[in-house]
Design a protein around this ligand. Structure first.
Ligand code: RVK
Ligand code: MG
Ligand code: MG
Length: 317
């Protein structure tokens, strides 16, 4: 499978995980089970079936800006966020406030702390990071520099931008692997991410926990949730997405279904798992019925595919 399919897989993976998780965002896993059994199909929710939320809308902004500028430009990226912003998609409080300020003319590198002193540690930078992993997959130094700066527009807290670096690295490495089925390969995958950046202890602990959980054959969802978290905070949702991907390397569908049914910040955990699994499996392994359900108006499914192809063409040169 070629790199082009993997680029498409990563961006469509974000979209699909986001749309699949949208109707159950904020519900715990027991309530999801009671109400739906298991979420495996696109459903109507706060938005129509197959719609994306802020996760994909911001990911689109990252991809557009990287493409237009042939790399990172903070001012332009923040303008892309502002132009695409539609509140009905559902944004985090701090991110929405920051974008409003940018719309009013505030500078992209001066707004990161206007809501939370020390900046946001939400997962809103991690969820949009797949395009950075793609664009810089072959240059990890740049990937880390850009991953951090692009995140800091809205997520100045170290836990927020480190989550974004982690997803960017994960996507970049997932592009390279042919098989992650053996435990030893999964371990190498995690340790490569760990070695690439001096992560804070919250993430270092999570890497060890993920490996411990992956070693176990049987374990309850509750154990996974209580060890890794499923909240809106980056360090309590980025690790569980990495885990959901690595636990289910046999199938794109299983990885995303697993992620969404853990409950909590389901659209975002779905989006991050989808970006990793999509980069690994490529777009051909995405179920047709899911693709058919995705919204496809202006900046919908075909636009996202086009963006993936444009990024791919840039790195081909
Ligand atoms: C609506 C304390 C903090 C914090 C800090 C908490 C969309 C707050 C997406 C805040 C994602 C929330 C999600 C989200 C993405 C952050 N101290 N608490 N320093 N920093 N929080 O506002 O883009 O769903 O409770 O930056 O990261 O689907 O409201 O937004 O699920 O994390 O929002 O942080 O959110 P924000 P975001
Ligand atoms: Mg969302
Ligand atoms: Mg969310």
């Amino acid at each position: 499978m070629g790199l082009k399919e993997r680029f498409r897989g990563a961006l469509l993976g974000t979209f699909i995980g986001d749309a699949l998780g949208m109707p159950v965002e904020g519900m715990d896993y027991k309530s999801i089970e009671e109400k739906f059994g298991q979420v495996r199909e696109m459903l109507n929710g706060r938005l129509q079936k197959g719609s994306y939320t802020d996760d994909t809308q911001m990911m689109i902004g990252v991809a557009e800006s990287l493409h237009k500028n042939s790399g990172f430009c903070g001012e332009d990226m923040s303008n892309c966020f502002a132009e695409n912003f539609s509140a009905e998609r559902g944004y985090g409080r701090s991110t929405a406030t920051i974008i409003e300020e940018i719309k009013k003319g505030a500078k992209w590198n001066e707004v990161g702390e206007i809501v939370f002193k020390g900046g946001s540690l939400g997962n809103g930078a991690a969820m949009r990071s797949a395009p950075i992993g793609l664009y810089y997959y072959d240059n990890l130094d740049e990937l880390i520099t850009v991953g951090k700066e692009a995140a800091q527009i809205t997520h100045a807290h170290r836990l927020g931008y480190e989550g974004a670096i982690l997803i960017s690295l994960g996507v970049a490495f997932a592009l390279r692997y042919r098989s992650l089925d053996e435990f030893s390969a999964k371990e190498r995958f995690i340790r490569s991410i760990q070695k690439a950046y001096p992560f804070s202890k919250e993430y270092l602990n999570a890497f060890d926990k993920i490996l411990q959980l992956l070693r176990r054959r049987k374990l309850s969802r509750n154990e996974v949730i209580s060890n890794l978290g499923v909240s809106v905070k980056a360090h309590e949702s980025v690790p569980v997405s990495l885990y959901a991907f690595l636990r289910n390397t046999n199938s794109f569908e299983e990885a995303v279904v697993y992620a969404v049914n853990l409950g909590g910040d389901t659209d975002t955990i779905g989006a991050m798992t989808g970006s990793l699994a999509g980069a690994y499996h490529g777009c051909r392994m995405i179920p047709e019925r899911w693709l058919n359900d995705l919204e496809d108006g202006e900046k919908g499914k075909n636009y996202v595919i086009q963006l993936a192809d444009l990024l791919y063409e840039k790195i081909e040169i």
